[in-house]
Ligand binder design. Sequence first.
Ligand code: ZN
Length: 130
Amino acid sequence: MNLNSSKKRKLPLLKGDIILIASLCLLIVILFLCSFKGENEKLTAEIYFEGELIKTVALSECTGEEFTVGGCTLLLEKDSVSFTHSDCPDKLCIKRGKLKRKGDTMACVPEKVVAVIKSENKDDFHIATY
Ligand SMILES: [Zn+2]
């Protein structure tokens, strides 16, 4: 009798687990959709030289122009930024390839050039929460 009643008690817990799992799945789907939506965010590239912001460009407006700063040349393409030339010895910045996503950062330490991809929307959000 005791075993039976304990089994009966476990059933509501299981149902609760299923609901929990289902809601977690739903949450994951929502997060996934949000991040997918994030892909269409307006991205901007910020280029710093010697710690100072010297250029901000909207990636959607870039058409493959080159931008030279310090010993580095950056290629500003639609939706990506990459180092195409650098006087630095390691060339790590060139090997990094294209910066495409929000938060992507590449610093050419020897040439003191930093490129950061930011989201315009996210920045607005940050300003609003500060
Ligand atoms: Zn470099």
